[in-house]
Ligand binder design. Structure first.
Ligand SMILES: Cc1ncc(COP(=O)(O)O)c(C=O)c1O
Length: 389
Protein backbone atom coordinates (compact mmCIF):
# COMPACT_ATOMS: atom_id res chain seq x y z
CA UNK A 1 0.00 0.00 0.00
CA UNK A 2 1.27 3.44 -0.82
CA UNK A 3 1.40 5.88 2.02
CA UNK A 4 -0.53 9.04 1.25
CA UNK A 5 0.29 12.16 3.17
CA UNK A 6 -1.92 15.25 3.02
CA UNK A 7 -0.66 18.34 4.84
CA UNK A 8 -3.12 20.23 7.04
CA UNK A 9 -5.70 22.26 5.17
CA UNK A 10 -4.53 25.37 7.04
CA UNK A 11 -1.32 25.34 5.00
CA UNK A 12 -3.53 26.02 2.00
CA UNK A 13 -4.42 29.37 3.61
CA UNK A 14 -0.90 30.65 3.04
CA UNK A 15 -1.02 33.11 0.13
CA UNK A 16 1.12 32.32 -2.94
CA UNK A 17 4.80 33.02 -2.37
CA UNK A 18 5.44 35.92 -4.70
CA UNK A 19 9.17 35.95 -4.19
CA UNK A 20 9.72 32.52 -5.78
CA UNK A 21 10.35 33.91 -9.26
CA UNK A 22 12.73 36.49 -7.79
CA UNK A 23 14.60 33.84 -5.79
CA UNK A 24 15.02 31.78 -8.97
CA UNK A 25 16.16 34.80 -10.96
CA UNK A 26 18.67 35.67 -8.24
CA UNK A 27 20.19 32.17 -8.43
CA UNK A 28 20.28 32.40 -12.23
CA UNK A 29 22.05 35.79 -12.17
CA UNK A 30 24.47 34.54 -9.50
CA UNK A 31 25.26 31.48 -11.62
CA UNK A 32 26.23 33.83 -14.45
CA UNK A 33 28.95 35.12 -12.12
CA UNK A 34 27.31 38.50 -11.47
CA UNK A 35 28.35 40.18 -8.22
CA UNK A 36 24.99 40.47 -6.42
CA UNK A 37 24.25 43.52 -4.22
CA UNK A 38 21.51 42.33 -1.88
CA UNK A 39 19.32 45.21 -0.70
CA UNK A 40 16.46 42.79 -0.13
CA UNK A 41 16.94 41.36 3.32
CA UNK A 42 16.09 43.34 6.45
CA UNK A 43 18.87 41.75 8.47
CA UNK A 44 21.62 43.99 9.89
CA UNK A 45 25.07 43.32 8.39
CA UNK A 46 26.68 44.92 11.46
CA UNK A 47 27.81 42.61 14.29
CA UNK A 48 26.25 42.43 17.76
CA UNK A 49 28.21 44.89 19.99
CA UNK A 50 31.21 43.24 21.70
CA UNK A 51 30.08 43.83 25.28
CA UNK A 52 26.87 41.88 24.59
CA UNK A 53 28.76 38.97 23.01
CA UNK A 54 31.19 38.91 25.94
CA UNK A 55 28.33 38.86 28.44
CA UNK A 56 26.87 35.89 26.58
CA UNK A 57 30.25 34.08 26.55
CA UNK A 58 30.46 34.40 30.32
CA UNK A 59 26.81 33.42 30.88
CA UNK A 60 26.99 30.36 28.68
CA UNK A 61 29.86 28.98 30.80
CA UNK A 62 27.67 29.09 33.89
CA UNK A 63 25.85 25.73 34.19
CA UNK A 64 22.89 27.38 35.94
CA UNK A 65 21.90 28.86 32.56
CA UNK A 66 21.76 25.40 30.97
CA UNK A 67 18.46 24.36 32.52
CA UNK A 68 14.90 25.07 31.35
CA UNK A 69 14.19 28.79 31.51
CA UNK A 70 11.04 30.24 33.07
CA UNK A 71 8.55 30.29 30.17
CA UNK A 72 7.58 33.91 30.87
CA UNK A 73 11.23 34.98 30.99
CA UNK A 74 13.80 35.56 33.74
CA UNK A 75 12.58 38.02 36.34
CA UNK A 76 15.85 39.91 35.89
CA UNK A 77 15.24 40.27 32.14
CA UNK A 78 11.66 41.45 32.59
CA UNK A 79 12.86 43.98 35.16
CA UNK A 80 15.49 45.22 32.66
CA UNK A 81 12.74 45.63 30.03
CA UNK A 82 10.68 47.68 32.51
CA UNK A 83 13.72 49.87 33.31
CA UNK A 84 14.39 50.35 29.59
CA UNK A 85 10.76 51.31 28.84
CA UNK A 86 10.81 53.82 31.69
CA UNK A 87 14.10 55.35 30.59
CA UNK A 88 13.33 55.41 26.87
CA UNK A 89 9.59 56.17 26.80
CA UNK A 90 8.63 57.21 30.34
CA UNK A 91 6.29 54.19 30.41
CA UNK A 92 5.86 52.39 33.75
CA UNK A 93 5.50 48.58 33.50
CA UNK A 94 5.03 45.95 36.17
CA UNK A 95 7.76 43.42 35.25
CA UNK A 96 5.73 40.52 36.60
CA UNK A 97 2.42 41.03 34.81
CA UNK A 98 3.09 43.59 32.09
CA UNK A 99 6.22 42.14 30.46
CA UNK A 100 6.55 38.79 28.70
CA UNK A 101 9.83 37.52 27.23
CA UNK A 102 9.65 36.24 23.66
CA UNK A 103 11.89 34.11 21.47
CA UNK A 104 12.04 37.06 19.07
CA UNK A 105 8.99 39.25 18.46
CA UNK A 106 7.96 37.17 15.42
CA UNK A 107 7.25 34.24 17.74
CA UNK A 108 4.97 36.34 19.94
CA UNK A 109 3.18 38.03 17.04
CA UNK A 110 2.51 34.66 15.43
CA UNK A 111 1.24 33.04 18.64
CA UNK A 112 -0.88 35.94 19.88
CA UNK A 113 -3.96 35.14 17.72
CA UNK A 114 -4.07 31.63 19.20
CA UNK A 115 -4.57 33.26 22.58
CA UNK A 116 -7.06 35.97 21.64
CA UNK A 117 -8.97 34.85 18.53
CA UNK A 118 -11.88 32.49 18.09
CA UNK A 119 -12.46 30.99 14.64
CA UNK A 120 -14.09 33.48 12.26
CA UNK A 121 -13.09 36.54 14.27
CA UNK A 122 -11.77 39.46 12.25
CA UNK A 123 -8.36 41.03 12.83
CA UNK A 124 -7.71 44.44 11.34
CA UNK A 125 -4.21 45.02 9.98
CA UNK A 126 -2.39 47.51 7.83
CA UNK A 127 -1.08 46.42 4.44
CA UNK A 128 1.57 46.18 2.95
CA UNK A 129 3.07 44.66 6.09
CA UNK A 130 5.35 42.21 7.76
CA UNK A 131 3.49 38.99 6.83
CA UNK A 132 3.30 37.45 10.32
CA UNK A 133 0.17 39.39 11.43
CA UNK A 134 -1.72 37.80 8.55
CA UNK A 135 -0.27 34.31 8.98
CA UNK A 136 -0.87 34.21 12.74
CA UNK A 137 -4.45 35.33 12.16
CA UNK A 138 -5.10 32.73 9.46
CA UNK A 139 -3.54 29.90 11.47
CA UNK A 140 -5.91 30.78 14.35
CA UNK A 141 -8.87 30.38 11.97
CA UNK A 142 -9.67 34.10 11.98
CA UNK A 143 -10.05 36.49 9.03
CA UNK A 144 -7.94 39.48 8.02
CA UNK A 145 -9.42 42.87 7.20
CA UNK A 146 -6.74 44.93 5.48
CA UNK A 147 -6.31 48.68 5.88
CA UNK A 148 -4.27 50.03 2.95
CA UNK A 149 -1.25 52.26 3.49
CA UNK A 150 -0.84 54.77 0.70
CA UNK A 151 1.42 57.73 0.02
CA UNK A 152 -1.58 60.11 0.00
CA UNK A 153 -2.23 59.23 3.63
CA UNK A 154 1.43 59.28 4.70
CA UNK A 155 1.17 55.49 4.96
CA UNK A 156 -1.17 55.72 7.95
CA UNK A 157 -4.46 53.78 7.84
CA UNK A 158 -7.68 55.76 7.53
CA UNK A 159 -9.35 54.70 10.73
CA UNK A 160 -12.53 56.58 9.83
CA UNK A 161 -12.94 54.41 6.74
CA UNK A 162 -13.44 51.26 8.84
CA UNK A 163 -17.11 50.34 8.66
CA UNK A 164 -18.79 50.03 12.09
CA UNK A 165 -20.00 46.59 10.97
CA UNK A 166 -16.40 45.43 10.54
CA UNK A 167 -15.17 47.23 13.66
CA UNK A 168 -17.90 45.58 15.75
CA UNK A 169 -16.67 42.12 14.72
CA UNK A 170 -12.97 42.94 14.98
CA UNK A 171 -10.97 41.36 17.79
CA UNK A 172 -7.53 42.85 17.21
CA UNK A 173 -5.81 45.59 15.23
CA UNK A 174 -2.19 45.05 14.14
CA UNK A 175 -0.17 48.14 13.23
CA UNK A 176 3.56 48.88 13.05
CA UNK A 177 5.43 52.20 13.29
CA UNK A 178 8.18 52.93 12.28
CA UNK A 179 6.75 50.82 9.50
CA UNK A 180 8.12 47.92 7.55
CA UNK A 181 8.08 48.22 4.54
CA UNK A 182 7.06 51.87 3.98
CA UNK A 183 9.43 53.39 6.61
CA UNK A 184 6.53 55.67 7.65
CA UNK A 185 6.34 56.96 11.21
CA UNK A 186 3.33 57.67 13.42
CA UNK A 187 2.87 60.28 16.11
CA UNK A 188 1.08 60.12 19.43
CA UNK A 189 -2.01 61.74 17.92
CA UNK A 190 -2.45 58.74 15.63
CA UNK A 191 -1.85 56.35 18.53
CA UNK A 192 -4.56 58.19 20.54
CA UNK A 193 -6.99 57.72 17.67
CA UNK A 194 -6.20 53.99 17.75
CA UNK A 195 -6.93 53.93 21.50
CA UNK A 196 -10.29 55.64 20.86
CA UNK A 197 -11.20 53.15 18.12
CA UNK A 198 -10.17 50.14 20.20
CA UNK A 199 -11.99 51.41 23.24
CA UNK A 200 -15.20 52.11 21.31
CA UNK A 201 -15.31 48.67 19.68
CA UNK A 202 -13.54 46.54 22.29
CA UNK A 203 -10.61 45.74 20.02
CA UNK A 204 -7.15 44.63 21.19
CA UNK A 205 -4.53 47.07 19.87
CA UNK A 206 -1.35 45.24 18.83
CA UNK A 207 1.53 47.56 18.07
CA UNK A 208 4.71 46.16 16.53
CA UNK A 209 7.49 48.51 17.62
CA UNK A 210 10.47 46.57 16.25
CA UNK A 211 12.07 49.66 14.67
CA UNK A 212 11.61 52.44 17.25
CA UNK A 213 15.35 52.63 17.96
CA UNK A 214 16.48 53.06 14.36
CA UNK A 215 15.72 56.71 13.74
CA UNK A 216 17.56 59.65 12.20
CA UNK A 217 18.17 63.38 12.47
CA UNK A 218 17.44 63.30 16.21
CA UNK A 219 13.92 61.91 15.77
CA UNK A 220 12.71 59.59 18.57
CA UNK A 221 9.73 57.44 17.56
CA UNK A 222 7.17 57.11 20.36
CA UNK A 223 5.88 53.92 21.97
CA UNK A 224 2.17 53.22 21.62
CA UNK A 225 2.08 52.84 25.41
CA UNK A 226 3.03 56.50 25.85
CA UNK A 227 -0.53 57.57 25.04
CA UNK A 228 -3.30 57.69 27.61
CA UNK A 229 -5.42 54.56 27.79
CA UNK A 230 -3.08 52.45 25.60
CA UNK A 231 -2.35 49.90 28.28
CA UNK A 232 -6.08 49.36 28.86
CA UNK A 233 -6.64 48.39 25.24
CA UNK A 234 -3.43 46.89 23.97
CA UNK A 235 0.04 45.49 23.87
CA UNK A 236 3.29 46.39 22.17
CA UNK A 237 5.81 43.97 20.68
CA UNK A 238 9.47 44.84 20.78
CA UNK A 239 12.69 43.15 19.95
CA UNK A 240 16.41 43.29 20.53
CA UNK A 241 16.96 42.12 16.94
CA UNK A 242 17.30 45.39 15.07
CA UNK A 243 18.22 47.64 18.00
CA UNK A 244 21.34 45.68 18.96
CA UNK A 245 22.02 43.70 15.74
CA UNK A 246 20.84 40.51 17.44
CA UNK A 247 18.53 38.98 14.82
CA UNK A 248 20.12 35.55 15.19
CA UNK A 249 19.86 35.48 18.97
CA UNK A 250 16.02 35.41 19.10
CA UNK A 251 15.07 37.70 21.95
CA UNK A 252 12.08 40.03 22.17
CA UNK A 253 9.32 41.12 24.50
CA UNK A 254 5.61 41.86 24.62
CA UNK A 255 4.51 44.55 27.05
CA UNK A 256 1.30 46.24 28.11
CA UNK A 257 -2.15 44.88 28.89
CA UNK A 258 -1.82 42.11 31.46
CA UNK A 259 -4.90 40.11 30.38
CA UNK A 260 -3.72 39.98 26.77
CA UNK A 261 -0.20 39.02 27.89
CA UNK A 262 -1.62 36.31 30.14
CA UNK A 263 -3.50 34.85 27.16
CA UNK A 264 -0.32 34.86 25.04
CA UNK A 265 1.67 33.45 27.97
CA UNK A 266 -0.77 30.56 28.32
CA UNK A 267 -0.31 29.63 24.66
CA UNK A 268 3.46 29.93 24.91
CA UNK A 269 3.72 27.86 28.09
CA UNK A 270 2.11 25.01 26.16
CA UNK A 271 4.28 25.41 23.06
CA UNK A 272 7.77 26.60 24.01
CA UNK A 273 9.86 26.69 27.14
CA UNK A 274 11.17 30.23 26.98
CA UNK A 275 14.31 31.95 25.75
CA UNK A 276 17.77 30.58 26.72
CA UNK A 277 18.76 32.22 30.02
CA UNK A 278 22.28 33.04 28.77
CA UNK A 279 20.71 35.04 25.92
CA UNK A 280 18.45 36.86 28.37
CA UNK A 281 21.48 37.72 30.54
CA UNK A 282 23.19 39.19 27.45
CA UNK A 283 19.92 41.01 26.68
CA UNK A 284 19.95 42.61 30.15
CA UNK A 285 23.44 43.96 29.42
CA UNK A 286 22.15 45.41 26.14
CA UNK A 287 19.06 47.06 27.66
CA UNK A 288 20.93 48.43 30.69
CA UNK A 289 23.82 49.82 28.62
CA UNK A 290 24.23 53.54 27.92
CA UNK A 291 22.77 52.88 24.42
CA UNK A 292 25.82 54.39 22.73
CA UNK A 293 25.95 51.26 20.55
CA UNK A 294 22.45 52.11 19.28
CA UNK A 295 23.50 55.67 18.49
CA UNK A 296 26.57 54.34 16.63
CA UNK A 297 24.28 52.04 14.64
CA UNK A 298 21.94 54.88 13.71
CA UNK A 299 24.86 57.04 12.62
CA UNK A 300 25.96 54.31 10.21
CA UNK A 301 22.44 53.77 8.81
CA UNK A 302 21.92 57.52 8.48
CA UNK A 303 25.09 57.88 6.39
CA UNK A 304 23.96 55.00 4.20
CA UNK A 305 20.48 56.50 3.92
CA UNK A 306 21.86 59.88 2.85
CA UNK A 307 24.15 58.24 0.31
CA UNK A 308 21.46 55.98 -1.18
CA UNK A 309 18.54 58.41 -1.17
CA UNK A 310 20.69 61.34 -2.31
CA UNK A 311 22.08 59.19 -5.13
CA UNK A 312 18.64 57.97 -6.17
CA UNK A 313 17.26 61.51 -6.18
CA UNK A 314 20.17 62.64 -8.38
CA UNK A 315 19.28 59.85 -10.79
CA UNK A 316 15.72 61.23 -10.95
CA UNK A 317 13.93 58.83 -8.59
CA UNK A 318 11.00 60.27 -6.66
CA UNK A 319 11.98 59.16 -3.15
CA UNK A 320 12.06 60.68 0.33
CA UNK A 321 14.64 59.94 3.03
CA UNK A 322 13.09 57.77 5.78
CA UNK A 323 12.93 59.27 9.28
CA UNK A 324 13.25 55.82 10.83
CA UNK A 325 13.69 52.06 10.15
CA UNK A 326 16.35 50.84 7.73
CA UNK A 327 14.11 50.69 4.68
CA UNK A 328 13.73 52.90 1.62
CA UNK A 329 10.29 52.57 -0.02
CA UNK A 330 11.01 53.43 -3.61
CA UNK A 331 8.27 54.22 -6.15
CA UNK A 332 9.13 52.37 -9.38
CA UNK A 333 9.69 54.42 -12.55
CA UNK A 334 6.80 54.88 -14.99
CA UNK A 335 6.08 51.84 -17.13
CA UNK A 336 7.20 49.32 -14.51
CA UNK A 337 5.35 47.21 -11.94
CA UNK A 338 6.95 46.22 -8.64
CA UNK A 339 7.75 42.81 -10.07
CA UNK A 340 9.03 43.97 -13.48
CA UNK A 341 11.25 46.61 -11.87
CA UNK A 342 12.66 44.09 -9.39
CA UNK A 343 13.43 41.72 -12.27
CA UNK A 344 14.88 44.55 -14.39
CA UNK A 345 17.22 45.64 -11.57
CA UNK A 346 18.31 42.10 -10.90
CA UNK A 347 19.02 41.29 -14.53
CA UNK A 348 20.61 44.59 -15.51
CA UNK A 349 22.51 45.50 -12.33
CA UNK A 350 22.61 42.47 -9.99
CA UNK A 351 20.80 44.54 -7.33
CA UNK A 352 18.27 42.59 -5.24
CA UNK A 353 15.16 44.42 -3.97
CA UNK A 354 11.81 43.29 -2.57
CA UNK A 355 8.79 43.90 -4.85
CA UNK A 356 6.26 45.92 -2.81
CA UNK A 357 3.23 43.95 -3.99
CA UNK A 358 4.72 40.83 -2.36
CA UNK A 359 4.01 42.44 1.03
CA UNK A 360 0.41 43.41 0.20
CA UNK A 361 -1.56 44.68 -2.79
CA UNK A 362 -1.19 48.42 -2.03
CA UNK A 363 2.57 47.86 -2.18
CA UNK A 364 2.22 47.61 -5.97
CA UNK A 365 4.27 50.36 -7.60
CA UNK A 366 7.07 50.20 -5.01
CA UNK A 367 10.17 48.23 -4.22
CA UNK A 368 11.78 48.01 -0.80
CA UNK A 369 15.50 48.58 -0.35
CA UNK A 370 17.27 47.80 2.93
CA UNK A 371 20.21 49.86 4.20
CA UNK A 372 21.95 46.70 5.38
CA UNK A 373 25.06 46.85 3.17
CA UNK A 374 28.23 48.97 3.61
CA UNK A 375 28.57 52.39 1.91
CA UNK A 376 30.98 51.00 -0.71
CA UNK A 377 28.28 48.61 -1.91
CA UNK A 378 25.70 51.40 -2.02
CA UNK A 379 28.12 53.47 -4.12
CA UNK A 380 28.58 50.50 -6.44
CA UNK A 381 24.79 50.03 -6.66
CA UNK A 382 24.39 53.71 -7.61
CA UNK A 383 27.16 53.41 -10.23
CA UNK A 384 25.33 50.48 -11.80
CA UNK A 385 21.96 52.28 -11.70
CA UNK A 386 23.53 55.31 -13.39
CA UNK A 387 24.93 53.07 -16.10
CA UNK A 388 21.55 51.60 -17.03
CA UNK A 389 19.96 55.05 -16.97
C1 LIG B 1 8.00 44.81 11.40
C2 LIG B 1 8.72 43.64 11.98
N1 LIG B 1 8.27 43.11 13.11
C3 LIG B 1 8.85 42.05 13.68
C4 LIG B 1 9.97 41.47 13.10
C5 LIG B 1 10.54 40.25 13.76
O1 LIG B 1 11.70 40.47 14.45
P1 LIG B 1 12.28 39.44 15.50
O2 LIG B 1 11.45 38.20 15.46
O3 LIG B 1 13.67 39.20 15.08
O4 LIG B 1 12.15 40.12 16.83
C6 LIG B 1 10.48 41.99 11.92
C7 LIG B 1 11.64 41.36 11.28
O5 LIG B 1 12.05 41.65 10.19
C8 LIG B 1 9.84 43.10 11.34
O6 LIG B 1 10.27 43.64 10.20
Amino acid sequence: MTHIFEPAARLGLIPPYLFKAIDEKKEEVKARGVDIIDLGVGDPDLPTPRFIVEKMQKAVKDPSTHRYPLYSGMNLFREAVARWYLRRFGVVLDPESEVLTLIGSKEGLAHLPLGINDPEDINLMTTPAYPVYQMGTLFAGAYCHFLPLTRENDFLPELKSISPLVARDAKAFFFNYPNNPTAAVADKKFFSQVVDLCREYNIVAVHDAAYTELAYDGFQPPSFLEVKGAKEVGVEFHSLSKTYNMTGWRLGMAVGNREVLAALGKIKSNIDSGAFNAIQIAGIAALDSDQSCVRDNCRIYQERRDLLVGGLQKLGYDVNPPKASFYVWLPVPKGFTSMSFTTHLLEQTGIVTIPGNGLGTPGEGYVRLALTVPKERIKEALRRLKKIG
